[in-house]
Ligand binder design. Structure first.
Ligand SMILES: C[S@@+](CC[C@H](N)C(=O)[O-])C[C@H]1O[C@@H](n2cnc3c(N)ncnc32)[C@H](O)[C@@H]1O
Length: 303
């Protein structure tokens, strides 16, 4: 396996203690939400106060290992998110940056009340000064306007990605596998190449797979040894693109009528937005054709 990636099988509370203080650039993690999920050798069922104490203990360790410019992204379900927010801000003195809503398009249907369609991610930084690479995560503009930045717009704090469905080829035998594109955005925004990224609840290894393909170093901790074996196998597979994409990445701005600009834009689009998403290149090409931009290019090439 790639030497820059490390998977440790164990309880993150114990393993985190072995990691040097201020050595990690970014933490991206998706802990159990205390919803009684069955994770094989562990079940996500805690008394309310015990769950908060567990969260407090691992988050304290995370803060210790983060570098002063470091960031944590933490997935959390609605029931506990306000408590965890309190722990991060009031008890640990970290800095709130963003509350990101991951909106998934399909899920269970409720017959009384509204069907849930989102999970949330808290982004906190260790200090007021922190790393953030906006250019690495911009999304294509909807319209061309000369005042717009053609490198793209800020993706905002509502992220729409579908779940990884059971029929998808990258689907792992894990009950709460997350889409790779979610981790891609967090990792590209808040770390640089060769930085060290930590995931104390690694699950099926989504975070490490993204680290591998974006040239980050990674440490993943997972308590279930069967999942650890799954991660090793996942990291050894050939890469053919991340398993999910923000559909806005496949569009080309409307009204991009200036030929020279359009040419420059089309040349850059894949490098800017679709580097890790080869399967989307066809859709981008179709978008060019739909807007009849292709015809313009064809005409020009014919001259
Ligand atoms: C929500 S899942 C993570 C899913 C992951 N993001 C993915 O995309 O596959 C949480 C994981 O934390 C693991 N876990 C639970 N308690 C743990 C602990 N104390 N230390 C390390 N891992 C733990 C579970 O076995 C489970 O795989």
């Amino acid at each position: 396996m790639d030497k820059s990636l490390k998977i440790i099988c164990g309880d993150c509370l114990e393993v985190l203690r072995t990691i040097e203080s201020e050595s990690v650039d970014l933490v991206v993690t998706d802990p159990p939400y205390n919803l009684s999920k069955n994770y094989g050798n562990n079940r996500d069922t805690w008394a309310h106060d015990d769950y908060l104490e567990f969260s407090r203990r691992w988050l304290t360790e995370v803060k210790r290992v983060l570098k002063p410019t470091g960031t944590i992204y933490l997935f959390m379900g609605v029931r506990y998110i306000s408590y965890v927010y309190e722990i991060l801000e009031r008890e640990l003195g970290m800095f709130f940056n963003s509350w990101i809503t991951w909106c998934y398009t399909q899920g269970i249907g409720k017959t009384k009340g509204f069907s849930p369609r989102h999970d949330d991610i808290l982004m906190f930084t260790k200090n007021e000064d922190y790393k953030f690479n906006l250019d690495a995560v911009r999304v294509p503009q909807k319209y061309y306007r000369s005042v717009n930045n053609m490198r793209g717009a800020n993706p905002g704090n509502v992220w729409e990605f579908s779940h990884i469905h059971y029929c998808q080829t990258n689907r792992q035998n894990h009950p709460t596998q997350k889409p790779e594109a979610l981790f891609e955005r967090m990792i590209l925004a808040s770390s640089d190449k060769n930085d060290l990224v930590l995931d104390p609840f690694c699950g099926s290894g989504t975070s490490l797979r993204v680290c591998q393909q974006t040239s980050r170093q990674g440490i993943g901790i997972e308590i279930n040894e069967e999942y650890v074996a799954m991660i090793v196998e996942r990291l050894d597979r050939p890469f053919s693109g991340f398993d999910s994409v923000d559909e806005r990445m496949e569009r080309i701005p409307n009204d991009l009528n200036n030929e020279a600009l359009r040419d420059e834009y089309i040349t850059n689009h894949i490098e800017w937005f679709l580097k890790n998403h080869p399967a989307s290149i066809n859709k981008f090409t179709e978008a060019i054709e739909d807007k009849r931009y292709g015809k313009f290019i064809q005409l020009r090439l014919d001259l």
